[in-house]
Design a protein around this ligand. Sequence first.
Ligand SMILES: Cc1ncc(COP(=O)(O)O)c(C=O)c1O
Length: 382
Amino acid sequence: MKIQTACVHAGHQPEEATGAVTVPIHATSTFAYRRFGEHRGWEYSRTGNPTRAALERAVAELEGGVDGIAFASGLAAIDAITDLLEPGDHMVAADNLYGGTYRLFTSITKRHGIDVTFVSATDPEAYATACTDRTRLVFVETPTNPLMQLVDLSAVTEIAHRHGALMVVDNTFLTPILQRPLEFGADLVVHSTTKYLNGHSDGVGGMIVARDTDLGERLHTVQNNAGAILGPFDAYLVLRGVKTLAIRMAVHESNGRSLAGYLAADKRVARVHYPGLASHPQHALARAQQSGFGGMIAFDIGSLDRARAFCDAVEVFTLAESLGGVESLVCHPATMTHASVPAEERERLGIGDDMIRLSVGIEDAGDLEADLSRGLDAAGRV
Ligand SMILES: Cc1ncc(COP(=O)(O)O)c(C=O)c1O
């Protein structure tokens, strides 16, 4: 099956009992036993729920993995991965991550006795240097949020495995339509399903896909024992979103390319961060490991005041955190998504107070361009 077909059909078939072509929302906490000692395959919805299971199978299939494990949020999924580690273990993480992931690793993960070393996301040698004989996990996002830097998946996976560590990739930005980390040898892929997989900004959720059954089982144990599960209504919404993932990603991609080109040609924009631009320092790597560039763009506009004027002037782009929905969003990372990253660290990474991040939706490209023009005009008057 091509991935477009898999988006529509993966993980489920018309329901046996009724023929329903969509997966029913199994809004039940518990399941009746047939008789003493004999259940029907389902016992209690924290442990397993048919709607959630259909979603888990669907996303696992799209990513090319063997098992999916769905959680209450992207961060709950990432936290569950760190639960595979023991106190005293070490992990290496890319230094440019979603701010909440950085906050998780530097607070709860650290408090649980796991040492985390952050390294330059783009430099494979830095991962190799940071690995020790205690390193059990390497965690990256690519493209990174919000700098749109790329991690060389083949090189870093090889380094992780050489040190006996699990390679984990947050694939939220590109989705399996545009990038499939398991094909580069990664062990686990993680998603905030809140974003493109759901695609309609109407639910928070997270998902892990495992490349082998042992990892899958260990993560289902964490899911059941700690209990941060995705509920059946939210699972249904993500499953419904996944059906249109391929066509949505195609429009996010074409709008993203078009707007990145528009911004790059405008003298009022200091710098555009988009791997699809030939000027992006890792454009060749993007072409090699991705099958598209997606709809996320960051750009630097010169000053905080100009960024504020831009954000307040746009009308089609909504000023809000999050990304990956059908509607275009604009965000100011320094005061919003990455406010939890200390200011000195943001400065060191290059997340300036003048940086703006766009999640380009599926509206008409001309309308979106006109909106950017409105924002740039307002910023130019500052
Ligand atoms: C790349 C990435 N990973 C993980 C998360 C966390 O996901 P959630 O907000 O669903 O917990 C986010 C949220 O913005 C994200 O952008």
